[in-house]
Write a protein that binds this ligand. Sequence first.
Ligand code: ZN
Ligand code: ZN
Length: 145
Amino acid sequence: MKPPEKAFSEYLASRNLKMTPQRRLILETFIQADGHLSSEELYTQVKSKDPSVGQATVYRTLKLFADSGIAEAVDFGDGLLRYELRYGQDHHDHLICDECGRNIEIVDPDIERLQEELARRYDFVLRRHKMYLFGLCKECRGKNQ
Ligand SMILES: [Zn+2]
Ligand SMILES: [Zn+2]
């Protein structure tokens, strides 16, 4: 598998765009953060490394990450769009706490297999899926009781 920087450069070239130092920095920062970032959060981290990078540039670059398959938008249901690294990553699903927003990444082989079986039953070929289960984490349940 190509490194993400190469994959992103190729995507940019296909759209007649260039891998600029700013885009490279934004990509590096996004990969290092290794989490679920809103454009605001990514901008804060990028700005701490290079204050000359504007918020609009970070926002547009994040859109390019999503369009190129480098990143994927994840919606935790709190109105804030976050992005996670998708390129070269193992698949995982999410348990999300309604109270504190904690995101627990999970993969269950049985659930994955059931999804494939379900798709087969409906003569459907799965390409991808996202599963978000919402509820209360252990800590937040403790607080409310
Ligand atoms: Zn899954
Ligand atoms: Zn919680």
